[in-house]
Design a protein around this ligand. Sequence first.
Ligand SMILES: [Zn+2]
Ligand SMILES: [Zn+2]
Length: 131
Amino acid sequence: MYNVFTFIVPIITGIIVIILLLLLLRKGSGETFDKTRTQQGVFHTSCPLCGSGLEKGQRVKSVLFKGTPDSMMEIYGCPHCYPPNNKIKRICPVCKTELAPGNIVIARAFLKPDKTHVHVLGCSECYRRKY
Ligand SMILES: [Zn+2]
Ligand SMILES: [Zn+2]
């Protein structure tokens, strides 16, 4: 009986360690996936429209239109300022005017394997006025 235990205990310990390692690895890969997703928004610390600080998990609502060589991005706002409300105004970072409820900010997105760089071009008003 004693001999059996001296064999089984290290095996069970080994299995537990392997399971823990697998769990850790799975958690780790999940986190990197999350990071690449937040990088789509790049500004995950503060909202580009209202300047509100964003907590972990809060994302700026944006839609990415993939293209070559550059992609375009439509930015709607963060959970604080979108959907449009009376409390927090959405200000265009380019023309500094308040966005009308139906207006959005347009940005150019440079997709790189490690990071997405977003360059804000303007809102529906000031960006399209140039054309
Ligand atoms: Zn916002
Ligand atoms: Zn503007």
